[in-house]
Write a protein that binds this ligand. Structure first.
Ligand SMILES: NC(=O)c1ccc[n+]([C@@H]2O[C@H](COP(=O)([O-])OP(=O)(O)OC[C@H]3O[C@@H](n4cnc5c(N)ncnc54)[C@H](OP(=O)(O)O)[C@@H]3O)[C@@H](O)[C@H]2O)c1
Length: 168
């Protein structure tokens, strides 16, 4: 099973603020939805709670929520207390590509664990204020290809570049 990560990251590393996103980028959201549709998605408890009630669990894809609190009620999403457990659930279900979908703590945990094969990062060209960050990574360990360059327009306050990073 391939393990992928998908994130939108500002030029200053910011991914969120006050447990919310700091931008509305509908075309990037469409890329996220298309990429993860039907796939297992693995996320931190704070990310899960940041999704409005009516949109969670994210529809059309099995949701797995990570918490250190085994009593946390994530239903109808699956709850796990370790990343390994999350990956094992997806693997046992016959998934071919699962996605780590954040937030900052979970991205860092997955990168530190060395389990990520591919990262899809939308580099958002701005420096908004925030309190959640994407971890630093060494670009020399990855082969990068640009998937799309999206200008700013009336629906997108920031331009962004979607890049695919495959581990060398
Ligand atoms: N721009 C993007 O692409 C993007 C994507 C996703 C999220 N976000 C943003 O990111 C922010 C949330 O990120 P965050 O870093 O605050 O939180 P997070 O990574 O979503 O969740 C953190 C929680 O995950 C659980 N956890 C962390 N490490 C664990 C471990 N080793 N074992 C078991 N459980 C573990 C803990 O839950 P318990 O406290 O319950 O134990 C922890 O509080 C929000 O602002 C959100 O909007 C941005």
């Amino acid at each position: 099973m391939k393990i992928s990560l998908i994130a939108a990251v500002a030029d200053n590393g910011v991914i969120g603020k006050d447990n919310d996103l700091v931008w509305s980028l509908p075309d990037d959201m469409s890329f996220f939805k298309a990429s993860t549709r039907g796939r297992y998605v693995i996320m931190g408890r704070r990310n899960y709670e940041s999704i409005p009630h009516k949109y969670r669990p994210l529809p059309g894809r099995p949701n797995i929520v990570l918490s250190r609190n085994a009593d946390y009620d994530a239903s109808p999403a699956d709850l796990v207390t370790s990343l390994e457990e999350a990956i094992e659930i997806a693997r046992k279900a016959g998934e071919t590509e699962c996605f780590i979908i954040g937030g900052g703590q979970v991205y860092k945990m997955a990168l530190d664990a060395g389990v990520i094969d591919t990262m899809f990062i939308s580099h958002v060209h701005g420096e908004p204020e925030g309190d959640a960050f994407f971890p630093e990574f060494d670009p020399s360990e990855w082969t990068m290809n640009v998937i799309d360059d999206h200008p700013s327009d009336e629906r997108h306050a920031f331009s962004f570049t979607i890049c695919q990073y495959d581990r060398k």
